[in-house]
Design a protein around this ligand. Structure first.
Ligand SMILES: [Zn+2]
Length: 263
């Protein structure tokens, strides 16, 4: 059952597209990664200004992380539990073009077509320019992201783009060149892959395996987490355990994750 919360005319629904039990040392090879717990594969719906916006689309049905999924990919079922079908989605936006964020974009049975048939797909320009020209990228990106252009549903976006009047894109480069976070309403930030585990809120200098520019990722992470802590922002981090929504707070001198209560 998807978790939903409404704030000031903006509704946020946390979705889950499976999880797995990772080797955290593999994720944080330089830094030891002595953390525990599952890695969630999340996405969010933001319903605002009369629009239904899907933020990221999970691993989808065709690809998995190394070692496979523990809980299966269930994004569409989670959306259905929130009363939202593929036809209801007006816009699909991406935090970045990694395979665990684009997996439900397209139906691959011929003819290949958008799974969300009414939607435009908004992709951060710097990620499109980076991945569109490479020949060493993950097949999930090749299959689920690159066809968006020839299907006529792609829109490239930049820092500050207004997805709707109350949803705004904010460039947050480092994890990928075009990594983008989304501000929804006055006090919610969907932070993409700014952090993969709650321990990283304190250990901001840990380098995640897929950070494209580790030093830039650290600078971006510290800036946005400092802001979220200072302003008491509701934060969405899809790789954190469900509901993947909570606050970044300071307790006993340490910065920790304070998840929303789900009941
Ligand atoms: Zn990810």
């Amino acid at each position: 059952m998807a978790f939903r919360i409404g704030r000031g005319g903006v509704e946020i629904v946390a979705l889950r597209d499976g999880d797995h039990t990772p080797d955290w040392i593999w994720h944080f090879p330089k830094d030891g990664g002595d953390c525990e717990g599952c890695l969630n594969f999340g996405a969010f719906l933001v319903i605002a200004d009369g629009k239904t916006v899907l933020v990221d689309t999970g691993w989808g049905p065709h690809h998995e992380p190394p070692g496979g999924l523990t809980a299966p990919a269930g994004l569409l079922a989670d959306m259905a539990s929130a009363g939202v079908g593929p036809d209801d989605v007006d816009l699909v936006v991406f935090t970045h073009l990694h395979p665990d964020h684009v997996g439900w974009n397209l139906i691959l049975d011929p003819p290949v077509r958008p799974r969300f048939p009414r939607a435009r797909y908004l992709v951060p320009r710097e990620d499109w320019l980076h991945y569109n020209v490479r020949d060493d990228i993950h097949p999930g990106i090749v299959e689920q992201a690159l066809p968006l252009e020839r299907l006529g549903v792609l829109q490239l976006i930049d820092d500050g783009h207004r997805v709707t009047s109350s949803i705004r894109a904010i460039a947050a480069p480092g994890h990928t060149p075009g990594h983008t976070v989304y501000a929804a309403g006055d006090d919610t930030l969907l932070l993409g892959d700014l952090a993969h585990h709650p321990d990283v809120l304190e250990r901001t200098r840990w380098h995640q395996r897929f950070d494209w520019n580790p030093e830039e990722a650290v600078a971006t992470r510290e800036k946005l987490l400092d802001q979220a802590e200072r302003e008491g922002t509701l934060v969405g981090l899809g790789h954190f355990p469900p509901p993947s929504l909570g606050h970044v707070i300071r307790k006993d001198g340490r910065r920790i994750w304070h998840p929303l209560e789900t009941r």
